[in-house]
Structures are given as C-alpha cells and as structure tokens.
Design a protein around this ligand. Structure first.
Ligand SMILES: *[C@@H]1O[C@H](CO)[C@@H](O)[C@H](O)[C@H]1NC(C)=O
Ligand SMILES: *[C@@H]1O[C@H](CO)[C@@H](O)[C@H](O)[C@H]1NC(C)=O
Length: 946
C-alpha cells in the first residue's frame, strides 16, 4: 500500500516536472511601465513573493550631458540580457524543483550605461519597495495581504559595466541590498569592506589574467608583448595581467593601449613597434574590431605573419569568423574563454519574441526597429524574431545573467528549505506582510539573504558551477582553446580545439592542458610548429652575457667583446681571456662576441717590414763601400795620402763605420737576449767609436792649426798615432763602462712581450709585440749627453780649424763631416724620444740614423781621399809629396811630416829632429788666398807650392 502510494507520488512528481520542462514563457503578460524624468523601466511586482531588481544598459550613454538623458538603444549587450533575466525568472517560476509555490517578480531598469542613472534607478528600486532598511530608519514595509501594496526589492541583478556597478554596490552596502552582477569583472569590486553586498557570476579579470599567466608559464614564455583596447574591457584586464605577471616574473616587453579612435597610421605604427620586440608571444586583451585591425596588418606582412604566437582574451578567443580571415597569423593561437558562454534554451525563448508577442517588454519594439533597421508601424515585420537574422549570435553574457538570477533563486530556496515548513504538496508559503514563512518567524532581510547567497554551491542550468569565494567572486572556469591546423588533401584547414581548462577552484593545478598535438603556429617554411616558440627573457647565446636592465624585469644580451668571452648560454658576466698566465689570449670574435679565446699572433721587428728596407739597403751598400774603402786603403797603404791621414785613426773610424752598418741588421733582427745585448752595446760602441775617433782627429788638427796661428813653435804633445788611438779607445771605454754597468746591473736586457692595441680598429690587438727592454732612461740620457759633448766639441773644433789647408784640405772635410754628424745626431735625439711607444719604429730610426752617421763619415772623410787616390794618383805620388813637402816645409816652416799626420812612420825625415821654423806668417796669407774661388781650391798642396 505504502509502495503503491510512493509510486503514485513519483509519477505525479514526474508529470509536474515534465510539465515544467515545457517552459511556458510569460512574455505576453503585461508589465507595468515605469517612466519618469530620471527613471525608466518595466516591472511586474503584483502578487509576487520576491522582487528582483535588474539593471541593464538598454540604451547607450547620452552622447553629451546637456541633451537627452540617454542615447540610442543598444543592439548588443542590453535588451537581450534583460530578456535573459525575464527568461530565467519564467523558468524558475515554472520550475517546481526550485522555490516551489513562490512567485518571483521583477523590476528592470535601464541604466543607459551611466553611473548617475544607475544610482537613480537603484535608489528608486529601494524606495519603491519601501525597503529603506538602514539603522536609523525603521523599515516602513506595509506590505500585507493587500497585493497592490508594494513589497521590498530583495536583490538586484546587475549592473553590466563595472563603472555602474561600483556606485550601485556602494548603495547596496548602505541599504543591505544584495547584488549579483553578470558582467562587472573589475577587480575593484572584490573589495569586501566597500562592496560587501556585491557578488558576480562573471569571473573577475584577475582570474582570466591568472589563466593567461598560467598558460605562459606552462610553455616557458616569460617574455611577452601586450596589446589591449583602451576601454573598460581591455585596460582593467591588462592591468590585472600586469600585476599577476609581475608577481610571477613574466616580463612584458611591448605594452601598448589601442585607443578606440586610433587611425590607420596608428595601427601601422603599433604593428611596426610590436615587430621590433624580441618577444614572440603577444597577449591581446581587446575587442574584436581592434584585433581585426592588428591581425590584418600582421597578416599582410610576410616576414611577420608567422612570427608571433597569440594569447586571446575571452572577447575573441572563440571568434572563428575573425581568425578564419588570418589563418596564417592566427595559427597556434591560445584563447581563454569562459567555459560556457552559450545557452541553447535561451535561444528557444528568444526566437519566440516578436513585436506582437513580446508585450511585457516596452523596449522591444524600439530594439527590433533598430536591429532590423526598419521604422515602427511602417515597414517593420511585427512577427519576425531577432534570431532569424543571420548576424544574430547569442551574447556572451546571457548565461551569466541566467546564473545571477538562479543565484538569488537558489539562495532563497535554501533559506526556505532550511527555515520553513513545506506544505503538503511540497510547496512553500511566504507571508509577504512580515517576510516570514510557514513554520518560522525569522524575517528574511538583506543581510540574511546575503548569508545564503554566500553559501550557495550549485550547478546552474547553464552548467556553470556557482559558488562564491570570500570576495564574492564566482569560481572562474575557463576553457583553453588552440587554433589548430590540420593537413589534408586541400592543404591546411583550421579550427578551434579545446585543449584544456583552467579552474580557479582547484587549488593544486589550476591549468590542465592536454599534452597531445598542441600547436604553436606555422614555421617559416609553412610546416606546423609543435614545440613552443622561444619567448624568453634572459637567455643569451654564448659570446654574450645577460645584463639586467635597471627598472625592468628583463635583461638584455651584451656581447663579450675585446679580450672577454663567455662560453655558456646564461653567462652573467664575461670571462677575461687576458688573465695572468694566458696574457696573450684574445676573444675569437672580439666584435660580435667571443665564445672562446685565441692566441694573439706574435709580431716583432723584422726584416720584412717596408720601413726596414732603406735601412737594410743602406746597410748593405754601406758595408760594400766600407769593404771597397778598406781594400783601396790597403792598396794605397804606403802612399802619402794614406800615411798622412793617420792610418790607425782612419782604420778605427772605418771599424766604427762598419760596426754602424752592421748594427742596422741587429736592430731589425727578431729580439732575443743576445740580440738585445748587441743592440745596446753596439749602438753606443759605434757612436762612441765614430765620435771619439773623429773628435780626437779634429782636436789634433785644431791644435796644430791653433799653434800655427799663435806662432807657437813647439810641437803639440800627444799627437802621435799611439796616443790618438789610446785617447779614442779611452773615450770608447768610458761609454762602454757605462753601458756594461747598465747591462749587468741596472737594466738587464730582456725580451719583452707587449700587446699592441690598434686605435683605428676599435682597440683590437694588433699582435703581441716582442721587443727588447729599454735602457734605463738615466743611462740613455747620460750617453746622449756624452755623445753630444763629443760631437759638439768636434764641431766647434772643426769650425775653428776649417781653413787649415794641410793634407789635402782634410780639416775642411772633417768639418763637413762633423756638421753632418751633428745634424744627424740632432735628428736622432728627438726621434729617439718621439718613438718611445713604437719600439720597432725606434729601432728602425736608430739604425737608420746610425747608418746615416756612418755614411756621413764615409763620404766626407774617406771620399776625398779615395778621389785623390783613384783619380789623381799623381798628386799622391811620393815624388810629388816629397817635393811638396819640401816646398811647404820651406814656405810654411811646418814640419808636416815631422809632426806626422798620424802616418806613424818613424823613419820620416825630420820627425823629432827637425824643429819648427819661424816661417808661420806666410800660411795665413796662403789660407786667405785659398778661400778664393779657383780650381786650386781643392788642391792645397798645389796652392801651397806656388
Ligand atoms: C489595498 O490597498 C489599496 C490602496 O492602498 C486599497 O485601495 C484597497 O482597498 C486595498 N485592498 C484591500 C483588500 O485591503
Ligand atoms: C582559413 O581556414 C578555414 C578553415 O580551414 C577556411 O575556411 C578559410 O577559408 C581559411 N581562410 C583563408 C583566408 O584562407
């Protein structure tokens, strides 16, 4: 019996439920029209147990505040959502499983998307229901059995934009009016202290941003660019993204708002700037029109179209029509879209609404006329519905409006289930007079309703899970979409594939993505890319290092140039090739960044250099000349000109000259310690030998000449060849002592390796220059002074004895020689110091100057004698000389041979035995004459003989 009764009851219940499922919509019941200067709306509060206010932007905002209160009727996002609320209320009223026996009414207002109007409407919603439920003001509710007396509004569905929801939520807190918004996603509204009565069925932007950040991190992208439409959708969305990205170390490179009024050139500019970025992943938080403009430009640029991977915000994450136009560019796109944004049941309802049938919504005809672009009463089809238009697409937020209404219903339902006794047939009875129910005296007010709202946990008819967190935010569930290419016979075809989901509620891993066949767009060659593109901040190639940019989350790659290198991918600094022990290493690619070190090529002074050529040629020629001179001197060894010129002294000079010519080769030789020692010793040996021999020679001539001038009759002392050679060697020895002491103790000659940098080629090393170490500067200066003194004395004496005609005018040539040496020497000193930095130039210069000096001596001292020996052998004959000797001796009274112009032949007549005569005075006269022009000038002997 009991079982039969149960079955009967079940059957009955089913019948009732099935009847409810048929959804008898009440769009043909009339609503009361609310129309005032400041408020407008439609409502049906009669004989209802609970009234819900609704705030929808039916009209757009007034273009300017002076004109009409509201602007044009909105074709999208306004009336359709309002109908969604009415539809949801119809469903609930018909549904016996939720709020059985309870009638819900509505009071829908048009906010015109304006804060002020939204506030007006909200206040009116509160006052109309006489529910001024604040501390200082007792509720003036007079609702009782009399149905026409208004009952309080229980809650508000709305508003749409966050801009309107914010002031409304402030009022809601003041008047304890629960509010559930379906579209206000601003993070601002999560503030419980200010907006404690605010809830929403749309996940806040923070969650979408979190979902995007999770996706980025999943694929290892920490370096991205961002584009967003500068409106209430894009700007706050990206603001949340920035916050989240910053916290989780994602670097945003290019970050650009796109204003609604941007020009085509502005778009070009943005695309151009975007393409400069190294980031290859671009987040686009923008409305579809903006996205289309950007993608059009990217897609038309062949080099860019396959560069980026896009992350689409919910506004275009599922817009197949949009991305179909840009398959190449959009391929591999990842979209974040609310899990459910389409509710088929609503379409069924909406398709029944026509101007004729929809009598409860006074805005419908106006809306239809605007939508169908017709004039009411003239050419509008009163029986046509909106869904029949091909462009009709269900608004994204329709399910969320339905969720909002169901949230209130569910909260009320829970209240009734917990607090009230159901009647026999399972319904509840509500006493509007005191807002209580059968079996319970607890009054339902705003704060208790809020409690129940915050506790709801159900799955809405739209399949969205509804549960609010502590901030009044619904759990955010997103679907992750991948725009994927598949290859078939006709090439590539594209479609969106759901690849996973993101759920703010699952504490462990909010993002779950399938690992299978994820795509990341097309490669350059058109093949499908199956590994994520690299969009990392920080990784640098070997050869460069990671340098953080101050004030930025990202770093840049700086090349390791010069002597620096790095061999790792993530080097934080370059290593130095140039460390101790490997001093002569250098980066292998010093301009573009080196990843290893190479040896710098060694260079040293060498015979191959162009500037070495004159030295070498002159050196060789000089040596040949010296050899020839020596041979000729040898051949004429016994002739007067050789004898009278002081053979020993001349030979010393010749040795000095030869040594100078040789020295050039040592200065151009690759440095080694012996070479260095030879260079040091040789230079000063050659110079001191040449200068010393010359000085000694010239002093002797000068002393004799001086003696003649002063009519001194005694023979000058120390003029024998032995003395002269000894003096010369002493001079050389002094210099050499200095140098040997230096070489041995002060600055030992060693081979020095220096890296030479080339200033012209950005300081690159030219090579390792191998040179001899420098002489100590003090030694150099002392030597220079010493040699300068020698050549100075020689020059002065040369000038003084210039006119002494003896021995083939030797004095004159000695003077020329000392002049030339002085000039060369004066050239050498500055050159020596000027070439301080370039050792090889100094070496070349020194060797060149030494050779030049040797040449000067060779030419001026030996040249005239060779000339006489070879071309005027007659004058060099013993007979001539003897005759001449006799003549001069008689005329001048100077014991030429006796004084012995260094011929050292002790057998000479008159040597030591023949005292000087008194006949000196005639010589100056002769000298005077000798300065006259004439061919005799070169032949003092002849001149003297006349
Ligand atoms: C209900 O109230 C209205 C006006 O407040 C009044 O005219 C009507 O008579 C009342 N009806 C009942 C049944 O009290
Ligand atoms: C993009 O791909 C879709 C589907 O494969 C195709 O219908 C559409 O024509 C393509 N668009 C372009 C511009 O090629």
């Amino acid at each position: 019996m009991r079982a039969i009764f149960s079955l009967l009851w079940i059957a009955l219940s089913c019948g009732v439920t099935m009847q409810a499922a048929e959804n008898v919509f009440q769009f043909n019941t009339r609503s009361e029209q609310v129309f005032d200067e400041r408020i407008r709306g439609v409502r049906n509060r009669e004989n209802k147990d609970f009234i819900f206010g609704g705030l929808f932007p039916i009209h757009s905002d007034a273009p300017d505040s002076l004109g009409a209160l509201c602007g044009e009727i909105r074709q999208e996002r306004g009336l359709e959502r309002m109908e969604a609320m009415l539809f949801a209320l119809d469903m609930i009223n018909e549904d016996t499983t939720i709020l059985p026996g309870i009638k819900l009414g509505y009071d829908v207002r048009d906010t015109c998307n304006s804060e002020t109007i939204g506030l007006d409407e909200t206040i009116d919603l509160i006052i109309t229901g006489s529910s001024l439920n604040i501390e200082s003001c007792e509720s003036v509710s007079a609702a009782g059995v009399n149905a026409s007396v208004p009952i309080p509004t229980s809650g508000i569905v709305g508003a749409a934009s966050s801009r309107v929801s914010v002031p409304v939520a402030s009022l809601g807190r003041l008047f304890r009016m629960p509010q559930v918004s379906y579209a206000s996603s601003s993070a601002l509204l999560s503030d419980r202290a200010r907006y404690g009565y605010f809830q929403r069925t749309i996940p806040p932007d923070t969650l979408q941003a979190s979902a995007m950040v999770d996706i980025l991190l999943h694929f290892g992208w920490n370096y991205v660019s961002v584009l967003y439409s500068q409106d209430t959708y894009g700007a706050p969305g990206i603001e949340e993204f920035r916050k989240e990205a910053k916290e989780r170390d994602i670097c945003i490179d290019y970050d650009k708002p796109i204003p609604p009024s941007i020009s085509a050139a502005g778009y070009d500019n943005i695309v151009n700037e975007l393409s400069q970025s190294r980031a290859r992943v671009v987040i686009v938080f923008a409305n579809q029109e903006t996205v289309e403009q950007v993608l059009t430009r990217i897609n038309s640029n062949v080099t860019l179209r396959r560069k980026f991977t896009w992350i689409a915000s919910d506004a275009w994450a599922r817009s197949i029509d949009l991305v179909h136009k840009f398959n190449d560019t959009a391929a591999g796109l990842y979209g974040v879209a609310p899990l459910t944004d389409h509710f088929p049941g609503f379409e069924e309802y909406f398709s029944q609404l026509t101007i004729d049938s929809n009598t409860r919504n006074d805005w419908f005809p106006e809306f239809f006329a605007a939508y169908a672009n017709c004039t009411l009463g003239v050419n509008c089809n009163n029986t046509r519905n909106v869904t029949s238009f091909s462009r009709y697409q269900q608004g994204n937020f329709v399910p969320l409006v339905i969720d909002a209404v169901y949230t209130f219903a569910q909260a009320l339902h829970n209240f009734l289930v917990e607090n009230c006794d159901a009647t026999n047939n399972g319904t509840y009875e509500w006493f509007r007079s005191n807002a209580t129910c059968l079996g319970q005296s607890r009054e339902l007010n705003g704060s208790s309703l809020l409690e129940y709202i915050q506790m709801v946990n159900f799955t809405s008819v739209t399949k969205n899970p509804i549960r609010f967190d502590n901030n009044g935010n619904v759990r955010g569930v997103y679907e992750i979409l991948n725009y994927r290419a598949t290859r078939d016979n006709n090439g590539l075809s594209y479609r969106f594939v759901s690849v996973g989901s993101w759920d703010s509620d699952s504490s462990a891993k909010r993002l779950s993505l399938t690992n299978e066949s994820l795509q990341f767009g097309l490669e350059e060659d058109g093949s499908i890319r199956t590994v994520p593109v690299q969009s990392e901040c920080g990784g640098c190639e070997p050869g460069s290092y990671v340098r953080p940019i101050p004030g930025s989350c990202c770093s840049i790659c700086e090349k390791c140039d010069g002597s620096k290198y790095s061999s790792e991918h993530l080097a934080e600094e370059c290593s130095e090739c140039h460390v101790e022990g490997r001093r002569e290493m250098w980066g292998n690619n010093p301009f573009m960044g080196s990843n290893s070190c190479v040896l710098i090529p060694e260079t040293s002074v060498s015979y191959g250099e162009p500037w070495a050529a004159p030295t070498l040629v002159l050196g060789c020629l000089g040596l040949v000349c010296v050899a020839v001179t020596a041979i000729i001197f040898g051949c004429f060894w016994k002739t007067p000109i050789v004898k009278s010129s002081g053979r020993e002294q001349m030979m010393l000079l010749l040795v000095g000259i030869a040594c100078s010519f040789f020295l050039g080769f040592f200065y151009l030789a690759p440095p080694s310690i012996p070479i260095c020692i030879i260079q040091r010793l040789g230079l000063w040996f050659c110079y001191s030998l040449m200068f010393g021999a010359l000085t000694i020679k010239v002093q002797r001539v000068a002393r004799i000449f001086y003696g003649i001038k002063r009519k001194v009759t005694y023979t000058p002392r120390f003029v024998t060849p032995g003395y002269l050679v000894t003096f010369t060697l002493i001079i050389v020895a002094i210099q050499m002592c200095l140098i040997i002491v230096s070489v041995a103790f002060i600055s030992r000659p060693t081979v020095k390796r220096t890296i030479r940098y080339n200033d012209d080629r950005l300081g690159l090393p030219e090579g390792v220059i191998i040179t001899c170490t420098e002489e100590h500067i003090a030694i150099t200066v002392l030597s220079l002074l010493y040699e300068s003194a020698l050549i100075g004395i020689a020059t002065v004496l040369g000038v003084l004895s210039f006119k002494y005609p003896e021995n083939f005018n030797e004095a004159k040539y000695i003077s020329f020689c000392t002049f030339a040496l002085l000039i060369v020497w004066l050239g050498l000193i500055p050159t020596y110091f000027a070439t301080q930095s370039r050792q090889e130039f100094r070496n070349a210069a020194i060797s060149f100057f030494v050779i030049l000096s040797a040449c000067a001596v060779l030419v001026f001292l030996f040249g005239p004698k060779l000339y006489v020996m070879i071309f005027q052998p007659k004058r060099n004959s013993v007979e001539f000389s003897t005759h001449h000797h006799t003549a001069t001796s008689m005329d001048a009274g100077v014991p030429m041979q006796g004084i012995g112009y260094g011929d050292g032949s002790h057998h000479s007549p008159g040597y030591n035995s023949k005292p000087p005569t008194e006949s000196f005075p005639s010589v100056p006269l002769q000298l005077h004459d000798s300065s006259k022009p004439g061919r005799e000038h070169d032949h003092p002997v002849k001149l003297d003989s006349e």
